[in-house]
Design a protein around this ligand. Structure first.
Ligand code: NAD
Ligand code: IPM
Ligand code: MN
Length: 354
């Protein structure tokens, strides 16, 4: 049966709108081949909206978004406004309200892309990071008192719950068990964080015991960053807390070539709420407005969105178009050593999809 899917688009700030535009066009091209349809609603929310209205989005923005099948986001963040205000005014509340507890971030070394690490063969780095996305270090619990005095106090509390740890760790194992290598690595810091991270380790051990066919390891996060560089090929599925997953996925992005290739999905596995798809990268103020941002991370994120909506053929079309472009030395933006513009890369992917 042919279907129409309602998608909310928030281009956001900096390069966000520049790359999202191409993700929308490529997704349209891919989906139209199957006879289905995407119905896009664009929201002008972000820091420009903030400059005009004093807030990042209307007060009822979460209710508005709740009506959609999915959300596609560019990036949020502007050099003239403190990031905690912009991000806590738009992106982070979406992840929490829609219970998007799984942040899925694949890192794959495409053929035709050079890793900054020496002698890495195409496909040799192939990992899936499962980042907890609703609690942990991002719980937004804390406060400030005696601000701007010598007694200034800031408390920022991490929140680890058994339910929160279990659902992300279980999601990682459910994926891990279907992958050929069947490996899951847990990232911890229980040597220093004696409460939250110890609970994390306990839950990891308990869930691991239910999957005897999966090979596991537990790494302290400091060791893990070292191993991501020393032996990235050994990682298959990686599961990490909110902050550790955030940090590790800039690293996993760059070892497979560029921030401009790293896609992500913020998923509500229960599907009660819309999931949100976005590149791992931010608004990149250093290159915004120059027309040279790599749109591939946004395009691949749109592909993940289509897969989540059940449009598997369209999702696969996008993935293979990007792989083909990279393999056959198609146009590439400066982050990948090329001289092409965002527009040229976006158009090339579109043509391959058609
Ligand atoms: P960033 O990801 O925006 O940029 C890091 C580096 O990677 C920069 O040199 C940038 O030019 C480059 N880069 C990123 N995306 C690229 C692309 N598509 N093509 C080519 N090069 C690309 O990280 P940052 O500089 O730490 O953050 C900038 C702003 O974005 C901050 O306000 C931050 O809070 C915000 N941010 C938002 C999100 C999000 O909305 N999900 C994610 C990360 C950062
Ligand atoms: C990401 C970003 C966000 C995060 C920021 C902008 C709050 O870095 O999606 O990786 O830390 O989750
Ligand atoms: Mn990040």
């Amino acid at each position: 049966m042919k279907s129409t899917y309602r998608i909310a688009v928030i281009g956001g700030d900096g390069i966000g709108p520049e790359v999202t535009r191409h993700a929308v066009q490529v997704a349209d091209a891919a989906v139209s081949r199957s006879g289905n349809q995407l119905d896009w609603t664009h929201f002008p929310w972000g820091t420009d909206y903030y400059f005009e209205h004093g807030q990042m989005a209307p007060v009822d923005f979460l209710d508005q978004l709740a009506e959609f099948d999915s959300i596609l986001l560019g990036a949020v963040g502007h050099p003239k406004v403190q990031d905690h205000l912009t991000l806590n005014g738009l992106l982070l509340p979406i992840r929490r309200r829609f219970d998007q507890c799984v942040c899925l971030r694949p890192a794959y070394l495409f053929e035709g892309v050079e890793s900054p690490l020496r002698n890495k063969a195409p496909g040799s780095i192939d990992m899936l990071v499962f980042r907890e996305n609703t609690e942990g270090e991002y719980a937004n619990v804390g406060g400030r008192v005696y601000q701007h005095t010598d007694h200034d106090v800031a408390i920022q509390t991490s929140v680890f719950t058994r339910r929160g740890c279990e659902r992300i760790i279980r999601a990682a194992f459910e994926q891990g068990v279907t992958r050929p290598r069947r490996r899951v690595a847990s990232i911890t810091k229980s040597n220093a964080q004696g409460y939250g991270m110890v609970l994390w380790d306990e839950v990891f051990a308990a869930v691991a015991a239910e999957y005897p066919q999966v090979q596991t390891e537990s790494l302290l996060v400091d060791r893990a960053v070292m191993e991501f560089v020393r032996r990235p090929e050994s990682f298959d599925v990686v599961v990490a807390s909110n902050l550790f997953g955030d940090i590790l996925t800039d690293l996993s992005a760059i070892i497979v070539g560029s921030m401009g290739l790293a896609a992500s999905g913020n998923l509500d596995p229960t599907r009660r709420h819309p999931s949100l798809f976005e590149p791992v990268h931010g608004s990149a103020p250093d290159i915004a407005g120059q027309g040279i941002a790599n749109p591939l991370a946004a395009i691949l994120s749109a592909g993940m969105m289509l897969g989540h909506l059940g449009l598997e053929t369209a999702a696969a079309l996008i993935h293979s178009a990007v792989a083909e472009l990279l393999r056959n030395s198609g146009p590439r933006t400066p982050d990948l050593g090329g001289t092409a513009t965002t527009e040229q890369v976006g158009r090339a992917v579109r043509e391959l999809v058609r």
